[in-house]
Structures are given as structure tokens and as C-alpha cells.
Design a protein around this ligand. Structure first.
Ligand code: RVP
Length: 480
């Protein structure tokens, strides 16, 4: 029996969005926030791809600071991935976990030296058992004449200190610091033992990135990719213990028993949201949602460096895949991440208008300063490497990590579904995101939408012809 769908599947270049009457008077009026998972809402709906030429520590930090999020790739050992998570979590922290302490019997001179050496403006004075006895700051010791006097004589004693618990929020910490006109807020447990410190300075630093994607403790959020085999459970657990906020089960064919089993296992073992994928059909979304996915990643064969469709014959053009998956996702209350093929802000708007909640970018971010790897010069222009995670070299590298060495046969065994490529070096992620988000804000305005949820409602696509497509870009002029 012949089986063929009657509707032609479309992708971004096959359609345009129909302009609508708009009451948006300024691009500043629109809200670009959206759900990454059922639990996590991002200020900007952009996720950097878990590819080894896209997201490592620097990219993850930059993405979270701008209000998106980065997913650390998994092509490394577990300890390496754990370390990357830790570095992102430390990058911008409201709480100093291990504040520098001094004994009450130490001298003023010692306190001075310690502050200079560690470049801090204050020390927490503690007893042998780690209990809070007081605080001593540069002001207390700077002009003290008697350097031999004990710290206990110059410190602010415990009873005059304002303190908080480990679960202190940014808002309430700011309030306390302001109300009491103080610069440091020690955190204590129920036995009055010091468990952290909040400083006014750190709060000021945090305010430089008002849109940043933060966890409850004020640290930048970060996601990790894992596979779906034995050691990946351990990988996910280790990364979450290190502070990862979301786990992505990342398999090219995510509509598989392997992924469903992994999803159920991780949902039982972990308390963070789990994203699963990739799929390209409503059934795929439904099965992953039933197994507990907190968001579903959509895209089979759409990636710029992906040749899955050529090698296997499978895939669905991305716009149709998003439309079909998002309809199901919205019915089930599960956000959709559109992954692959988004080259510019127009594609971003189309992907969101088709019902995606967020969009994952690979090669669009691979040329930035924050992506891993050095740039190369070719004929006077700068480029950076981007490669598919199923490419030949990525496959070989994975085998090398798993087995410690590779042999002649390993090369022969690989059937790549991705390619290695170069993209122009493009400056910082901040600049790129500025272009994408600017285009999105305009897009919302053309749709008469103030939010992405309104964009879903208002969106109407029109299929276009080759002539229409040609008319859409710059045409009939010579490019300079
Ligand atoms: P793009 O943004 O078009 O570069 O696509 C990025 C996506 O491509 C990734 O998030 C992933 O889903 C997919 N990918 C990565 N490697 C490969 C491959 O080797 N086939 N595909």
C-alpha cells in the first residue's frame, strides 16, 4: 500500500507571516519572555545548542546573563562537564559560600593583612566551632593605632549584626542591606554557624544584567545535555548535584524507547526539569510528555550541519514539524523548543509564531567570541569551526573519550549524519542576540502581539513562491 501525506510540509523560506493591525506603539512595549520548560521562564526565548562548537562555560554564562540559557554539550567526561556547570554557577553569585573568616583572638594587624591578601573588605569572625562572633571590616581596622589588639575589640559583635538564613532571597537581602545601611550580610544556620555571606557589591554586579536567567539563589542558570545510555544517569545526577538547573536528553531520534526509558528514570531520580528530544511529530510529543518531559525539543534533520535527511531519508521540514508538535504541546501544556535551521531573526519569529516557546540556535552562535575554539583566517577573513555532533570527527572523538583510544576500524565504522564546516567570526553573543531580539520585537509588533503567547494566537502564515521568496531578500541591486 502506498502511504503519503496529502499536505506538503513547509519550512521557514516557504512562508511569510501576514501583517496585522497593531496597537504596539513602541518595540519596548513588547514582552519577549517565554517558557523553556513548564517551570522555567526565560526573558528571551533563545537557547544555545548543546554542540561542542557552540556551548561551553563562556557561552552558557553569556546566554544566561542576556536572559536566555545555554545547554552544555556532553562530548566530554563527566568530571569535565561537572566542572563546567560549577564554573557557570560561580560566575555571578549572590551568596559567597565560603566567606573568609578570622578568629576573635587574631590581631588587628593580622586582620588587615588577611583582607589585603584576599582582596576583601571584611572578614567574618568565628569561634572554633564556626559560630558567628562578629564582623570586622576595613573601616574597623584601617586607622586603628594598636595593631596588637585582638579583633574582638574592634569588630561589630554578634548582637549588633543583621543576619539572614541560607535561603535568603535577593529582594529581601537588598532590603536588609539598605534598611540598615550595611554592606555585608552574614548567613547563619539554626546553630548560628556561618554558612555564607551576601555583599552589597555582589548585588550591584547582579543588577548589571537585569534580565539574567537566575536560580533561587541568584546564580546563573545552566542546562546540561546527556545521552540515554548507562553512564548518562550518573552524568545527569553528577551535573545536577553540581547545580545544573535543567537536563536535556539529547538523541537525534528522540521518539524511541531508549529515550522514554531514560526520561522515566531521570524523572524518578532528579528534581530538576527534564527536556527530551528530538522529535518531529505530534505522537512524538505526546509519548515524551506522557513519560514526564517538561519540554520537548523539535527538529529532525533541520540543523545547518545536519545531513540526516540525506543519509537516512527521514525528517520533516521544520516549520511543519513545529506547527504539528506545538499544537500537541499546547494541548498537553508542554513547551516546545524549535531546534535547527534558524538562521536569522525572521526564522526565529516564524518558529515562535508556529507555536514554539523557545528556539535553539547552533551555527548562528558558533561564530561568536564565546563559542569554543579559536578562529581561523582564510583569504583574509576570520572564521570559526562548527560541526555536527554526528559528524565524522565528532564521532571519532566520542569513541576516543569512551575507549581511551581509537583504531583504524573505528574510522571505517562511522556513518556520519553531520558535517564539519566554518562560519564567519561574528563578534560577541551580546551583539548577535541584540539582532535576534530586536527582530523579534519588531515581529511581535507586525503581528499586533505584546507577548509570544499572543503571537501564537495572531499568527497567520502565507505560503510563497520562488518569486515571492526572491522578492523577500535584497534584490535587483548590487550588494556592497
Ligand atoms: P542550527 O542552528 O541550524 O545550526 O542547528 C543546530 C541543531 O542541529 C542542534 O541543536 C542539533 O539538534 C542539530 N545537530 C547537531 N549536530 C547534528 C548532526 O551532526 N547531524 N545535528
Amino acid at each position: 500500500p502506498m502511504k503519503i501525506r496529502s499536505d506538503v510540509a513547509l519550512t521557514f523560506d516557504d512562508v511569510l507571516l501576514v501583517p496585522r493591525r497593531s496597537d504596539v506603539r513602541s518595540r519596548k512595549q513588547v514582552d519577549t519572555s517565554s517558557y523553556l520548560t513548564k517551570q522555567i521562564r526565560l526573558k528571551i526565548p533563545i537557547v544555545s545548542a548543546n554542540m561542542d562548537t557552540v556551548t561551553e562555560t563562556r557561552m552558557a554564562i553569556a546566554m544566561a546573563r542576556q536572559g536566555g540559557i545555554g545547554i552544555l554539550h556532553r562530548f566530554m567526561t563527566i568530571p569535565q562537564q561537572v566542572e563546567m556547570v560549577e564554573r557557570v554557577k560561580r560566575a555571578e553569585s549572590m551568596i559567597v559560600d565560603n566567606p573568609i573568616t578570622i578568629a576573635a583572638s587574631a590581631t588587628v594587624q593580622q586582620a588587615r593583612e588577611l583582607m589585603a591578601e584576599r582582596e576583601v573588605g571584611g572578614l567574618v569572625v568565628v569561634s572554633d566551632e564556626g559560630k558567628l562572633l562578629g564582623m570586622v571590616t576595613t573601616r574597623d581596622v584601617l586607622l586603628a593605632v594598636n595593631g596588637d589588639a585582638p579583633v574582638s575589640q574592634v569588630m561589630t559583635p554578634r548582637e549588633r549584626l543583621v543576619v539572614a538564613g541560607k535561603e535568603e532571597t535577593l529582594e529581601s537581602a537588598r532590603e536588609k542591606l539598605y534598611q540598615h545601611r550595611i554592606e555585608k550580610l552574614p548567613l547563619v544556620d539554626e546553630n548560628d554557624r556561618v554558612v555564607g555571606l551576601i555583599t552589597a557589591q555582589d548585588i550591584v554586579k547582579i543588577q548589571e544584567h537585569p534580565n539574567a536567567t537566575k536560580d533561587a539563589r541568584g546564580r546563573l542558570m545552566v542546562g546540561v545535555a546527556v545521552g540515554a545510555r548507562g553512564e548518562d544517569v550518573e552524568r545527569a545526577q553528577a551535573c545536577v548535584e553540581a547545580g545544573a538547573d535543567v537536563v536535556v536528553i539529547d538523541i537525534a531520534h528522540g521518539h524511541s524507547d531508549l529515550v522514554l526509558d531514560m526520561l522515566r528514570t531521570l524523572k524518578k531520580k532528579l528534581s530538576v526539569p527534564i527536556i527530551a528530544g528530538n522529535v518531529a511529530t505530534a505522537e512524538g510529543v505526546r509519548d515524551l510528555a506522557e513519560a514526564g518531559a517538561d519540554a520537548v525539543k523539535v527538529g529532525v534533520g533541520a540543523g545547518s550541519i545536519c545531513i540526516t535527511r540525506v543519509v537516512t531519508g527521514f525528517g520533516i521540514p521544520q516549520l511543519t514539524a513545529i506547527l504539528e508538535c506545538a499544537r500537541e504541546g499546547q494541548r498537553l501544556g508542554v513547551p516546545i523548543i524549535a531546534d535547527g535551521g534558524v538562521r536569522n531573526s525572521g526564522d526565529l519569529v516564524k518558529a515562535l509564531a508556529a507555536g514554539a516557546s523557545t528556539v535553539m540556535l547552533g551555527s548562528a552562535l558558533a561564530g561568536t567570541d564565546e563559542s569554543p575554539g579559536a578562529s581561523v583566517v582564510r583569504e583574509g577573513r576570520r572564521y570559526k569551526v562548527v560541526r555536527g555532533m554526528a559528524s565524522l570527527t565528532a564521532n571519532i572523538q566520542r569513541k576516543a573519550i569512551e575507549k581511551g583510544e581509537i583504531s583504524e576500524e573505528d574510522w571505517g565504522e562511522v556513518v556520519p549524519e553531520g558535517v564539519e564546516a566554518i562560519v564567519p567570526a561574528r563578534g560577541t553573543v551580546v551583539d548577535i542576540l541584540h539582532q535576534f531580539v530586536g527582530g523579534l520585537r519588531s515581529g511581535l509588533s507586525y503581528a499586533g502581539a505584546h507577548t509570544i503567547e499572543e503571537l501564537w494566537k495572531n499568527a497567520e502564515f502565507v505560503p510563497i513562491t520562488q518569486a515571492g521568496y526572491r522578492e523577500s531578500g535584497a534584490h535587483d541591486v548590487s550588494k556592497i
